[in-house]
Design a protein around this ligand. Structure first.
Ligand code: MD3
Ligand code: FE
Length: 198
């Protein structure tokens, strides 16, 4: 379903097996060094979402090859690029994966993803607990917006005019995820992006 121009939601895109394999991969990627951590914003606030990056490390508001602790960023694996091409088309060449982990209380405020130097789409894959994803407009973080439930296995592709829309996650529903090995529950979101660097 196209919820806005360029924003396509495909419920149940990943099989249960594929979801379980991605959860296992996220567990490996979460290990230090350059593992899962909360991002501190320039105003000193700490994000409730914890994340890990592959390919390029995001820290507000830029991408680098090393973390803020000088650790080399984990590589972006070829198989993840293949998955991205299945989602967004044969010419898609993502080189960044950003994995977000939401525990029961985690939220993501309204923001836009403008640090990539490319207009290529962002591919989003959801795993575990259901969440409310808020898709806003391209002008400001306020209304109008559309709230959409994202379930485990769902694909979202954000391209064209939607690429720079404001968006966020207002809540998750603890305990709603399927049995895919996400021990302790919660929600994972994997976004694939094109850095436009090098
Ligand atoms: C629309 N993640 O990592 S995924 C993010 O569920 C982020 O963790 C949320 O927003 C999450 O930046 C939402 C949906 C999403 C991701 C990237 C987008 C929507 C987007 C980039 C541009 C437009
Ligand atoms: Fe985002």
């Amino acid at each position: 379903a196209e919820i806005a121009p360029g924003a396509v939601h495909v419920p149940d895109w990943l099989s249960p097996d594929e979801q379980a394999r991605l959860v296992e991969a996220c567990r490996e990627w979460s290990r230090p060094p350059a593992g899962l951590r909360a991002t501190t914003m320039p105003n000193g606030s700490v994000m409730s979402v914890r994340s890990v990056c592959l390919g390029w490390h995001w820290t507000p508001y830029k991408y680098e090859r090393h973390t803020e602790h000088g650790e080399p960023v984990k590589p972006f694996p070829d198989w993840l690029g293949e998955l991205g091409r299945r989602a967004a088309g044969a010419g898609y060449r993502p080189d960044i994966a950003l994995v977000n982990y939401y525990d029961a209380g985690a939220r993501m405020g309204m923001h836009r993803d403008a640090d990539e130097r490319s207009a290529e789409p962002v591919v989003s894959l959801s795993l575990g607990d259901t969440c409310v994803f808020r898709f806003g407009n391209t002008d400001n973080r306020g209304r109008p917006w559309t709230d959409v439930e994202l379930h485990s296995g769902d694909l979202f592709v954000f391209g064209g005019p939607s690429r720079l829309a404001f968006h966020g996650v207002t809540r998750t529903f603890p305990g709603t995820g399927p049995e895919i090995g996400l021990r302790g529950g919660g929600r994972l979101n994997i976004t694939l992006r094109v850095s436009g660097m090098e």
